[in-house]
Design a protein around this ligand. Structure first.
Ligand code: ADP
Length: 163
C-alpha cells in the first residue's frame, strides 16, 4: 500500500489545501494529513482545532486520515511507513524553503520522496495568513475556505454567522 503524507500548519485549512489533498488522494492508496507544529508561527487555532477542521473539510475523501505530530516529519513518515510527502507549490517564494525541507527530509529518511503538485491557478495567491487577515478586517472568506469551516473562523474574530 502506497502511503503519502501531506504536512502543514493548516491554520486554518483553505481550499488550496483541500485541492492538494484531493489530488494526492487520487494518486496514493492512503493520505495522512498531518498538522505539524511550526515554532515560527503563532497559531490562531490550537492543534486539536486544526485537526477537527481538517477532518470536516476532508470527510468526503475515504482514503484520507488526519493526525497531529510535534516531532520531525522524517521520523513520522518512517513510523507510518509512508514513502512520499506531497506538497503544494505556489509562487517562486515557496520554492527555496520547500527545496531545503525536501533535501533535509530525504537525508534523514532516504526512502522518503517529496512530490510537488503545482497549485491550481485559482488558488495561486491563497494562504492561511491571507484568510486570517481578511477575516479580521471583515472581508468575505467564503470563496477561500471550505463552507463547513467558515463560521469557526468568523467566531475567532467575534463575528456572527453570515449567510
Ligand atoms: P506551512 O506552515 O508548511 O507553510 P501551510 O499550512 O501553509 O503550511 O501549507 C501546507 C502545504 O500546503 C504546503 O505544502 C503549502 O505549499 C501548501 N499550500 C498552501 N496553500 C496552498 C495553495 N493555495 N495552493 C496549493 N498549495 C498550497
Amino acid at each position: 500500500m502506497k502511503v503519502a503524507i501531506c504536512p502543514g500548519s493548516f491554520d486554518p485549512v483553505t481550499c488550496g489545501h483541500v485541492d492538494i489533498i484531493t489530488r494526492a488522494a487520487a494518486m496514493f492508496d492512503k493520505v495522512i494529513v498531518v498538522v505539524m507544529v511550526n515554532s515560527n508561527k503563532q497559531p490562531l487555532f490550537t492543534q486539536e482545532e486544526r485537526v477537527e477542521l481538517l477532518k470536516r473539510a476532508t470527510a468526503s475523501l475515504p482514503n484520507v486520515e488526519v493526525d497531529a505530530y510535534s516531532g520531525m516529519l522524517a521520523e513520522y513518515a518512517h513510523q507510518k511507513q509512508a514513502t512520499a510527502v506531497v506538497k503544494g507549490l505556489r509562487a517562486v517564494s515557496d520554492f527555496e524553503y520547500e527545496f531545503q525541507m525536501a533535501l533535509t527530509n530525504r537525508k534523514l529518511n532516504p526512502q522518503l520522496e517529496t512530490v510537488f503538485l503545482t497549485t491550481n491557478a485559482e488558488y495561486l495567491y491563497l494562504s492561511s495568513s491571507l484568510v486570517k487577515q481578511m477575516a479580521s478586517l471583515g472581508g468575505d472568506i467564503r470563496e477561500f475556505v471550505p463552507a463547513c469551516i467558515v463560521n469557526d473562523i468568523l467566531e475567532k474574530y467575534g463575528r456572527n454567522e453570515e449567510t
